[in-house]
Write a protein that binds this ligand. Structure first.
Ligand SMILES: *Cc1c(COP(=O)(O)O)cnc(C)c1O
Length: 379
């Protein structure tokens, strides 16, 4: 059942309407949660018939359908976490295979690649994803390109159309982690990606109350492979989590719009604050990613990089001084959060020691600014 067969609805409308049950007199407006580990099923079951919940369950479908509609694809596959989706999408890389990945990216995705290198002899070519020539040169002989744009936590912006076209020409499977931009900010499948993955935990669910992942593709065979991986590895989500994620997705456009506006305003003010050494946000005209993001993205996202004067100790002091912002890892929730990334020994060593990652939420921007400015003034 295609919700938007002619692709005419705007993303905001799809976020609200995709994945609803059929209109029937007395029927529910929202898909129900079905709590059942197995289905009545006898004899040889036909394709598509429900059999056992690790394989498939109707509670996943409305969310899968809605996310696929937003990314402009026929297939959405939900996973138990963003990491499960990332690993399902790149897990086919053979022994001694080659993966091209950003030097700055979600640290656990990079950790998984290190694991592949140690245990399966996979060669991991770490590149500056914003340096198109470097990425293209690294693609020769590769099996997978894993891209993030903007990157976590450095906010580098890739020329996705160029690097995805180069991957396609060389027969390299491209996987884009679209967690930061969301399908409202960019649709990597339109730009040439084979698979899009999400940590649904972040903006899509949006309320910091579920851990969930998803992969989206236009390729029937890749979709079948992702589903088979999920069944074989048991990388499945619970029905409650998927239901909550769909509930969150209904307001994605409103949350993203407000969070992006808040982030751009805070970036502008932070750039003028005397305690601030550097602000990274693609909305700033001087930011290295600005021109590319203006051209390729719809909005600049709601994650900021902030380096105060005074090094890591000053950054830690800001985290300790805020009262409204939450000192916590993660991002993409309605509530604003911040952390110093290098507090984790596993974060890339080229991420500055004093870099704070700010996930800007949907609170009133004046309250967010007052709290942040007070913490910075106290340095
Ligand atoms: C959080 C995150 C992940 C991992 O997702 P989980 O849901 O925590 O497993 C992957 N990629 C990016 C960019 C993330 O921010």
């Amino acid at each position: 059942m295609t919700h938007d067969p002619h692709g005419t609805l705007s993303p905001a409308t799809l976020a609200v309407t995709a994945g609803r049950p059929p209109r029937t007199q007395g029927g529910p407006v929202n898909a129900p949660i079905v709590l059942s580990s197995t289905y009545v099923n006898q004899g040889v079951s036909a394709p598509g018939e429900l059999l056992y919940t690790r394989m498939d369950t109707e509670t996943w479908h409305p969310f899968e359908e809605a996310l696929a509609a937003l990314e402009g694809a026929p297939h959405g596959v939900v996973f138990g976490s963003g990491m499960a989706a990332v690993i399902a999408a790149i897990g086919h890389v053979p022994e001694q295979g080659v993966v091209v990945a950003p030097r700055h990216a979600y640290q656990v995705s990079l950790g998984y690649l290190d694991d592949l290198a140690a245990k399966r002899g996979v060669e991991v070519r770490r590149v500056d994803i914003a340096d198109t020539d470097q990425v293209v040169a690294a693609l020769d002989g590769a099996h997978v390109l894993l891209a993030e744009s903007p990157t976590n936590p450095m906010l580098e912006v890739a020329d996705l159309p160029a690097i995805l076209a180069a991957a396609r020409e060389r027969g390299v499977r491209s996987v884009v982690d679209n967690t930061f931009a969301t399908p409202l900010g960019q649709r990597p499948l339109d730009l040439g990606a084979d698979v899009v993955v999400h940590s649904v935990t972040k903006y899509l669910a949006g309320h910091s109350d579920v851990v969930l992942g998803a992969a989206v593709t236009r390729d029937d065979e890749l979709a079948a492979g992702l589903r088979a991986y999920r069944t074989l590895h048991g990388a499945i989500p619970g029905p409650m989590e998927v239901w909550l994620a769909l509930r969150g997705l209904r307001t994605l456009h409103l949350r993203v719009e407000r969070a992006n506006a808040n982030a751009a305003e805070l970036a502008r003010r932070l750039a003028d604050h005397r305690a601030v050494a550097q602000v990274r946000h693609p909305s700033l005209p001087g930011d290295p990613g600005h021109e590319r993001a203006a051209q390729l993205m719809n909005g600049y996202g709601a994650v900021l990089g902030l380096r105060p004067h005074g090094g890591a100790a000053a950054a830690d002091a800001v985290v300790a001084a805020v009262r409204l912002w939450l000192p916590a890892t993660s991002l993409g929730g309605v509530e604003s959060m911040l952390e110093r990334r290098r507090r984790f020994a596993t974060e890339s060593p080229t991420v500055p020691e004093d870099l704070l990652r700010l996930s800007v939420g949907v609170e009133d921007v004046e309250d967010l600014w007052a709290d942040l400015a007070r913490a910075l003034d106290s340095l």
